[in-house]
Write a protein that binds this ligand. Structure first.
Ligand SMILES: Cc1cc2nc3c(=O)[nH]c(=O)nc-3n(C[C@H](O)[C@H](O)[C@H](O)COP(=O)(O)OP(=O)(O)OC[C@H]3O[C@@H](n4cnc5c(N)ncnc54)[C@H](O)[C@@H]3O)c2cc1C
Ligand code: FES
Length: 278
């Protein structure tokens, strides 16, 4: 961070804006002070606090991969005040950025394993950071399966990534939508039943999932049906946050601070702290 004030953000410049869907945009950004760039590093799964002068701060993961550092990316679904202001940003505009914060996907535990990524909607943002990280070190992992779903074809984000993964022989790529349209020739179906149909083996496998709470709930049930244990499932939690650094108490579940102890947890850890909470 610049100086001693942990709340003081770096100034970043927006280099490119990609409209993913009607309510999701991805931003390529970089340090305004280029000398800061070489000092910065992050890991897949970590998040940051992004600020718009006069509007406030909001939390987003870094959705690009640490293996590709020409620029950083974050992807934003319009939800309220700050995200609406972020959607107005144009190439050349500036934002505040403090981070990276939180833990990350444990790459060393994923080595030599089959990986099953299950993402819904904007939930692909943190997963794609890890997916590109894995694909840039492809020989370190066994089978890579990606299942991505959205409500409709128009709601599919990161279509440029989906196309690349479709073409990649080293990836088993499945895309599904809840409801098709006249032009859609792909798969139609909710993520959990499609996952059961694909039927990945739990043997030597880790499933990594992120998406809306309802999708996560049923995806966890499907993974359980397929024989996955809670230790074999990783997810990233999106509790409301403020400071991002374990000081304000906004994000706690019992004595767990999601910003500091997470946001990446195994399902076993989540079940454990939820049972202590209630
Ligand atoms: C670790 C982490 C990573 C995240 N990564 C991303 C990301 O990559 N892309 C992305 O689009 N969003 C992400 N989010 C969610 C994002 O932080 C919120 O959508 C955002 O802060 C909303 O800000 P706002 O001022 O626009 O909305 P507000 O005006 O604050 O709220 C609008 C509505 O959204 C609800 N809301 C706000 N924050 C959250 C939250 N964290 N979870 C659930 N509901 C919320 C509010 O209760 C309200 O109903 C992440 C959250 C966390 C904690
Ligand atoms: S966001 Fe402040 S303690 Fe976690």
């Amino acid at each position: 961070m610049e100086g001693d004030n942990v709340y003081l953000p770096h100034v970043m410049k927006i280099e490119k804006v990609i409209r993913e869907t009607q309510n999701i945009k991805t931003f390529h950004f970089n340090f305004k002070d280029e000398s800061q760039k070489s000092k910065f590093s992050f890991k897949s799964g970590q998040f940051a606090e992004y600020s718009i002068f006069g509007e406030g701060e909001a939390t987003f993961c870094v959705s690009s991969s640490p293996t590709r550092m020409d620029y950083l990316e974050f992807s934003v679904m319009k939800a309220g005040k700050v995200t609406a202001a972020i959607h107005e940003l144009q190439e050349g505009d500036e934002i505040g950025f403090r981070g990276p914060y939180g833990n990350w996907f444990p790459l060393e535990l994923l080595e030599g394993k089959n990986l099953v990524f299950v993402g819904g909607g904007i939930g692909l943002a943190p997963l794609r950071s890890l997916i590109w990280n894995v694909l840039d070190n492809r020989d370190t992992y066994e089978d890579v399966t990606i299942l991505y779903g959205a409500r409709s074809p128009a709601d599919l984000s990161f279509k440029y990534d989906l196309e690349e993964w479709e073409k990649d022989d080293a990836v088993n790529m499945y895309t599904t939508v809840d409801n098709g349209d006249d032009d859609w020739t792909g798969r139609v179906g909710l993520i959990p039943p499609v996952l059961e149909e694909i039927g990945p083996t739990p043997e030597n496998t880790v499933a990594i999932t992120c998406g809306p709470p309802i999708m996560i709930k049923f995806t966890l049930m499907s993974l359980e049906k397929l024989g996955f244990t809670n230790d074999q499932i990783l997810t990233t939690l999106e509790m409301k946050m403020k400071c991002g650094i374990g000081k304000c108490g906004r994000c706690n579940i019992g004595n767990i601070y999601v910003c500091k102890d997470g946001p990446v947890f195994t399902n076993a850890q989540i079940q454990n702290f939820l049972s202590n909470e209630f």
